[in-house]
Design a binder for this molecule. Structure first.
Ligand code: NI
Length: 389
């Protein structure tokens, strides 16, 4: 894979692409300028594409030689965050920011397309480049893109996310579950309001809600295998009007994170049992609404092995880091690997000389030296399936 050294020629360009994108952040399904920028770049480089799912773009390079069809995916949306960095490439779209690094994913994928196009004599088969909108806004852009046929004829798929915890020149991988199902639970507890001095004439939903919040944690501590991570966080409680009035109802709103489809089903069922029985014990009523968010992202282990092998030969085996745990964050790349084999990995972009802020922080920034390794990994992964010797 010596020809991958030629990604050097794209080192400056990928940074420029990322900076333009960083200056023009747009929220999910409103990535109009971003989408135009992607299409212009593809046209300049003679790469065919079609528009797909509002602001999404599906590009394709067909070598006209027999081989597999490999898809690579980048998410293109930004967050509603006011950027607090003072850098020359600061967001020009006030109130929006590429605080999750999707600017780097898009830049890396564009540069990879250019690289593969320029080195097409090294490849067989086809490559599809999925520029996906709205990763940050569930129900997200991945699902409608799949419904629009972006995976038609695709054998395998790969994606990456930049990681501020990992040094430049390294990638990180994990077998099986990598990110969580990110679901929402809304519960309404309906009691009977009245005077705070006469609780016996009421059914107090505040007391019941407190018990519900506590009892839900029993699912995590007593119903699940302790090795199987899951989270129930009630982020919002609403109810009542006055210190001396017992409220007629209380609403709870929370997030449920699980790493396996079976765990998700079990937790969902247990939530219903616990809420209903707690409420019934007090003669109150309830309404429960469970909304599935993104499914868990479960890597296909043969493809994690391919990432390990490609990473090992490009970056050196010491630079392929094994993640000790899955994250309980959500990521709609999960829909792609639910449909076809593939895997997701993390790309090191940790800053060396400056303080590193986490993803989704108004001061998040990255070490752009890491981007070239993203191109190498993507181009190398395609080569590992479709390389001509
Ligand atoms: Ni992200």
């Amino acid at each position: 894979m010596e020809f991958l050294a030629k990604t050097m020629n794209l080192k400056e360009e990928v940074v420029n692409l990322r900076r333009w994108l960083h200056q023009h952040p747009e929220p999910g399904f409103e990535e109009y300028e971003t989408s135009k920028f992607i299409k212009d770049f593809l046209e300049e480089n003679n790469i065919s594409y079609r528009e797909c799912t509002k602001t999404g773009v599906l590009a394709e390079i067909d070598t006209k030689r027999e081989g597999k069809t490999i898809a690579l995916r980048a998410d293109i949306d930004a967050l509603p965050i006011l950027e607090a960095n003072d850098v020359p490439y600061k967001s020009k779209n006030e109130g929006y920011m590429h605080a999750c690094g999707h600017d780097s994913h898009t830049a890396v994928l564009l540069a990879t397309a250019k690289f593969i196009k320029e080195n097409i004599d090294k490849y067989s088969g086809k490559v599809k480049f999925i520029f996906q909108p709205a990763e940050e806004s569930p129900p997200g852009g991945a699902k409608p893109m799949i419904e629009d046929g972006v995976l038609c004829g695709v054998d395998y798929i790969y994606g990456l996310h930049c990681s501020p915890d990992i040094e430049v020149g390294k990638i990180a991988v994990i077998d099986g579950p990598m990110m969580a199902a990110a679901d929402r639970i809304e519960i309404k507890i309906i009691g009977k309001g009245g005077h705070g001095a006469s609780p016996h004439q009421t059914i107090d939903p505040v007391v019941i809600a407190s018990q519900v919040v506590n009892n839900l944690q029993i699912i995590i501590s007593r119903n699940l295998n302790p090795q199987d991570a899951a989270v129930i966080s009630i982020g919002k409680i609403e109810g009542g009007f006055r210190f001396n009035v017992i409220a007629p109802e209380v609403s709870l709103d929370g997030t449920v994170r699980t790493l396996l489809f079976e765990t998700r089903d079990a937790v969902k069922q247990r939530i219903e049992q616990i809420v209903k029985s707690t409420v019934a014990a007090h003669d109150a009523d309830c309404e429960i609404k469970y909304t599935n968010g993104y499914p868990p992202l479960i890597n296909h282990n043969e493809h994690v092995d391919i990432i390990r092998a490609v990473g090992g030969s490009i970056l050196g085996q010491d630079n392929v880091v094994e993640l000790p745990y899955a994250s309980l964050g959500g990521e709609d790349f999960s829909y792609f690997v639910e449909k076809i084999p593939g895997a997701f990995f993390r790309l090191g972009i940790k800053l060396e000389d400056k303080e590193q802020y986490p993803l989704h922080n108004a001061k998040f920034d990255m070490n752009e030296e890491g981007l070239e390794y993203g191109i190498k990994m993507f181009a190398g992964l395609v080569y590992s399936h479709n390389g001509l010797k």
